[in-house]
Write a protein that binds this ligand. Structure first.
Ligand code: AP5
Ligand code: MG
Length: 229
């Protein structure tokens, strides 16, 4: 894959349920990228039942955002590991979620990143997002995302055979609180990326959305790997 010689980070923005994880799943399969979802990284901390994991669990299940310092630390250690490994394109799903996080991201790697970040914002109506989340199930083993309406009641992961479960924060009351957090804390993040942000209509089917994403990535000079979808 070529990456236009400069893009090192692609950020996926969008309300909860806009399809960030679903697009990320597609991109992981079809491009040479390294994917980090801060939601998944934080849920893994919860699974490990450490002190910090217990604290994170309370915050996630309330629908609030986890403290910037905790998320920044989790992300930075993962990012720096990949930077050391070489010239990968990194996909960030669910980060940055606050203006403070976007400043932190710009500052990582001694500020060299700033010009190499591109942002894709999935533009989805909140009522569409709420109804999508109502049908979501995720794999308890590999974190893959599915829609239970499309599975005909078979709650087994088609990627790894793991059991599919509902996320603890996917009840309607908490989803509404997460949407409000998005409006308050995350919406302003778009303003940090003027000139680096592309909006993608996201109310359409997954196939249409990924087609639009492919087109934008082609514009960045990124090519699909062989043998994908
Ligand atoms: P996180 O896990 O990131 O959740 P989120 O942002 O609320 O987003 P979701 O994962 O709910 O939605 P998505 O956009 O990925 O949609 P998906 O592809 O699954 O964060 C969870 C919590 O962790 C936060 O609330 C916070 O507490 C904490 N956290 C995480 N990052 C943080 C940070 N940076 N700072 C602070 N705290 C942080 O799709 C949803 C459903 O729709 C699926 O069933 C899917 O199959 C279906 N679907 C997707 N696309 C389509 C389509 N085009 N058509 C039809 N169905 C579709
Ligand atoms: Mg997600």
């Amino acid at each position: 894959m070529t990456n236009g010689g400069c893009i090192r980070i692609i950020v996926l923005l969008g309300v909860p349920g806009s399809g960030k994880g679903t697009v990320a799943q597609y991109l992981r399969k079809n491009y040479n990228i390294v994917h980090f979802s801060t939601g998944n990284l934080l849920r893994n901390e919860v699974k490990s039942s450490t002190c910090i994991g217990k604290e994170i669990e309370k915050i996630i299940s309330s629908g609030k955002l986890v403290d910037d310092n905790i998320v920044n630390k989790v992300l930075e250690s993962n990012l720096l590991r990949v930077f050391k490994e070489g010239d990968s394109v990194i996909l960030l799903d669910g980060y940055p979620r606050t203006v403070q996080q976007s400043l932190f991201l710009d500052a990582i790697d001694a500020g060299k990143l700033k010009s190499s970040i591109r942002v894709l914002e999935l533009d989805v109506d909140s009522n569409v997002a709420i109804s999508r989340i109502a049908g979501r199930v995720i794999c308890s083993k590999c974190d893959s995302t599915f829609n239970s309406f499309e599975l005909g009641g078979r709650l087994i992961c088609t990627h790894c055979g793991g059991t599919l479960v509902k996320r603890a924060d996917d009840n309607e009351e908490i989803v509404r609180r997460r949407l409000q957090e998005y409006v308050n804390a995350t919406k302003p993040v778009s303003g940090c990326y003027v000139g680096r942000l592309t909006k993608i209509p996201g109310n359409e089917t997954s196939e249409e959305v990924t087609r639009n994403v492919d087109e934008v990535l082609r514009g960045f000079g990124m090519e699909k790997k062989r043998g994908g979808d």
